[in-house]
Design a protein around this ligand. Structure first.
Ligand code: AP5
Ligand code: MG
Length: 232
């Protein structure tokens, strides 16, 4: 990939946006922004904005568009100086999608929606653990660490995200359905939309996305999901 493009990952909580972004960054040397990670950093600061962000995130709701806009503008200042820029978790509503159009200008936007069944994401999120030092994500339900609560990669402590508790997961899914899901239509109309079946293992999902990006698979695959099961 040589031409600069903006790659947007849509997908419900736990769809695998962070997992696939990490792999793409490694494979294609693209820059990236996870608004969730950036906001968790802000939420760790003992400031008015930090405290507001933390409370909102712990309820599983979206932080204000103004704060998100500030974060996105800060991280995307030099996005054209790379083969591509991946956005994991932005945009999440129509107002944010309009903001992205403005920031992108003539740079093409490619959208990949990772569609996953609701029971799958609940299982994934309830088992997710993140390393407090290196940020590596693991999962006690599928690939438990060799030693309980200890990162296999660096030996630091693994923790559960506060928004991965059952009630908060339900609220995040509801917010996703109401505010983010309509973006699929928005981008379909623009003709830059691709769906991948995220119920498959992470390697298979990655191969599908890579094939799409490199032009080996040009049309959207049709995930074998029923409208009832899928959260996206
Ligand atoms: P954010 O951090 O973006 O959370 P999210 O969208 O809810 O998504 P997750 O990070 O939970 O899931 P993921 O899709 O990255 O999955 P992952 O790869 O980790 O946002 C958090 C909060 O920040 C929001 O609720 C909101 O408050 C705020 N926020 C963020 N952006 C915002 C915005 N633009 N506007 C307003 N507010 C915003 O995978 C999950 C687990 O599954 C892992 O354990 C992983 O190992 C496993 N897994 C992944 N893929 C597979 C696979 N294919 N097979 C098996 N296991 C898999
Ligand atoms: Mg994530």
């Amino acid at each position: 990939m040589t031409e600069c493009r903006i790659l947007v990952f849509l997908g419900a909580p736990g769809a695998g946006k962070g997992t696939q972004t990490t792999r793409l960054v490694r494979e294609f040397q693209m820059k990236h922004l996870s608004t969730g990670e950036a906001l968790r950093q802000k939420a760790g600061e003992d400031t008015l904005l930090g405290n507001q962000a933390r409370e909102t995130m712990e309820r599983g709701e979206l932080v204000s568009d103004d704060l998100v806009a500030e974060v996105v503008r800060e991280y995307m200042t030099d996005f054209r100086n790379s083969t591509g820029f991946i956005l994991d978790g932005f945009p999440r509503n129509l107002a944010q999608a309009e903001l992205l159009e403005e920031i992108a200008g003539k740079t093409p936007i490619w959208v990949i929606n990772i569609r996953v069944d609701e029971e799958v994401v609940i299982n994934r999120l309830s088992g997710r653990r993140q390393c407090t030092e290196c940020g590596r994500i693991s999962n006690v339900n599928f690939s438990p660490p060799r030693q309980e609560d200890v990162c296999d990669a660096c030996g630091a402590k693994l923790v559960q995200r506060p928004d991965d508790l059952p009630d908060v997961i339900q609220r995040r899914l509801q917010v996703y359905r109401e505010q983010t899901k309509p973006l699929a239509d928005f981008y379909t109309k623009k003709g830059c939309y691709f769906e991948v079946d995220g119920n498959q293992n992470a390697d298979t999902v990655f191969k599908r996305i890579s094939a799409h990006l490199t032009g080996e698979e040009s049309s959207a695959e049709s995930p074998n999901l029923s409208a009832d099961q899928s959260v996206a």
